[in-house]
Design a protein around this ligand. Structure first.
Ligand SMILES: Cc1cc2nc3c(=O)[nH]c(=O)nc-3n(C[C@H](O)[C@H](O)[C@H](O)COP(=O)(O)OP(=O)(O)OC[C@H]3O[C@@H](n4cnc5c(N)ncnc54)[C@H](O)[C@@H]3O)c2cc1C
Length: 421
């Protein structure tokens, strides 16, 4: 298997992509694209990004696909798949090479999430939370000591979780009840977190708690918490979809966190959460885009090549063609939103509105396309013979986590209100 690390190392220095700038991608664009006098299309990918796509697509088809049904039924991620993601450099995509990562750009991380979701949205969300939330939080906000200690572990062997939501605070995340109390050499953490992705497998948690409730949301502080410090995995949820992805309740009872495990500054937890989630939403949008693409590919393959009724392939009926054309157009529109948001983020310009639009729309498209794909495959689509029913179940989560669809709409409208002031 060609790993991401070997891809980045095999490319000439000049063709590697600068982490913060999409501009450098233009240095490797093929001759045909130089004909464009303006910027290349948003879905044009550099040589390195295309190699990531091919590598991950092959990995998903060969390693993950044979285990998807079994993992879903068992509601358990196969440990060898997690190890394979580490071994292939998929768990430290943007992590600089000096910390054992692939040193690639944000778009590469998004491509990986999309490709994994085409085969299994559960594996995709594990990778997404680990890369776009946990690694990003530590890379962007961690002290040198935290980066030196944890980025190599997260790239090589330890799964990470992002623990913000609580039983009584979901959309209103900053109304959290978890509390941190300062001591001479650190902090004592008490409280509960709910619906935490990767929690069953994770050894490192980014945890948010209020250090000074008198300051409201400005008391919220983020910490890097090792499982061994005393994180209790209280309950694993049984879910409608993405069942191989673990979602757990966490309890903290007088957990001591050394002072060097403060992430960023005291009282800056709300800012860290907002900034990481703005970026993370593009990851969820990519997960939903991949899911729609995976369902579409399976169902159209069946309609055009396998299933005949009334003497012809079912995909040749006009009623089917109209639906297939509509779904393909929606997937393309979602793709443009996702990669536009990713490129804006890389270019260091505002992207919050575009990220919210991408997540909102891609989750709608995933729901529509997965539902149609089940219908296009008729009885076969409804049974567990195929993974169409699973894509349909998995699609529902896109409208819920990392901000519900209503919250995305609210974000978009608030930005438009500011823009029009
Ligand atoms: C499978 C799964 C994995 C998750 N992973 C994580 C994770 O890793 N880390 C983490 O911290 N959290 C995680 N979550 C939590 C997730 O982010 C929350 O479930 C989500 O933010 C919604 O919160 P809630 O469930 O409390 O719903 P609520 O906030 O109670 O919302 C219920 C309904 O009310 C609507 N609503 C709420 N407020 C408003 C408003 N102001 N205007 C209009 N409508 C509104 C919502 O849109 C929704 O339809 C996960 C959840 C699930 C199900």
């Amino acid at each position: 298997m060609l790993s991401i690390r070997s891809i980045t190392r095999s490319l000439p220095i000049g063709s590697r992509i600068c982490q913060q700038s999409a501009m450098k991608a233009s240095t490797v664009r093929p001759l045909a694209l130089r004909a464009y006098s303006t910027r290349p299309p948003v879905t044009h990918f550099s040589e390195e990004e295309e190699m990531f796509r091919d590598m991950v697509s092959k990995f998903a088809d060969e390693v993950i696909a044979p285990k998807v049904r079994e993992m879903d039924e068992a509601e358990q991620m196969d440990k060898t798949i997690i190890q394979d993601m580490f071994d292939n450099g998929l768990m430290g995509i943007e992590t600089p090479e000096e910390f054992g990562g692939a040193g690639a750009n944000f778009t590469s991380a998004i491509i990986v999430v999309e490709e994994l979701a085409k085969v299994d949205p559960s594996v995709s969300v594990m990778n997404d939370v680990h890369n776009t939330l946990v690694n990003t939080c530590i890379r962007s906000w961690g002290s040198d000591a935290l980066r030196n200690k944890y980025l190599p572990q997260l790239a090589a062997q330890k799964v990470g979780s992002f623990a913000l939501s609580e039983p009584s605070s979901g959309s209103d995340a900053f109304a959290m009840k978890s509390r941190a109390t300062k001591t001479d050499d650190g902090y004592i953490l008490n409280g509960s977190k709910m619906w935490i992705t990767n929690a069953a497998e994770a050894e490192l948690f980014i945890v948010f708690a209020n250090l000074d409730p008198s300051k409201g949301y400005k008391g919220i502080t983020a910490f890097v918490v090792e499982k061994d410090m005393g994180v209790q995995i209280a309950k694993k949820e049984q879910k409608l979809g993405i069942r191989a992805s673990s979602t757990c309740v966490l309890n903290f009872e007088d957990v001591f966190i050394p002072k060097e495990n403060l992430l960023g500054e005291e009282g800056k937890g709300y800012k860290i959460a907002i900034e990481c989630l703005n970026e993370g939403r593009i990851g969820i949008a990519a997960q939903m885009l991949g899911l729609a693409g995976g369902a579409f590919k399976k169902a159209t393959g069946y309609a055009f090549n396998d299933r005949k009724q009334f003497g012809q392939y079912i995909g040749e009926f006009q009623g089917m063609q109209h639906q297939i054309g509509q779904a393909a157009t929606e997937i393309e529109a979602a793709r443009l939103l996702v990669y536009n948001a990713a490129r804006l983020k890389e270019a260091g310009v505002p992207f919050t509105k575009e990220a919210a639009m991408a997540k909102l729309y891609a989750s709608q498209v995933a729901g529509n396309v997965a539902s149609k794909a089940v219908e296009w495959m008729g009885g076969v689509g409804f049974t567990r013979e195929e993974t169409l029913e699973k894509f349909f179940r998995d699609s529902k989560i896109g409208a819920i986590y990392e901000g519900t669809s209503n919250i995305q709409l609210q974000t978009i409208a608030k930005i438009i209100q500011k823009e029009s002031a």
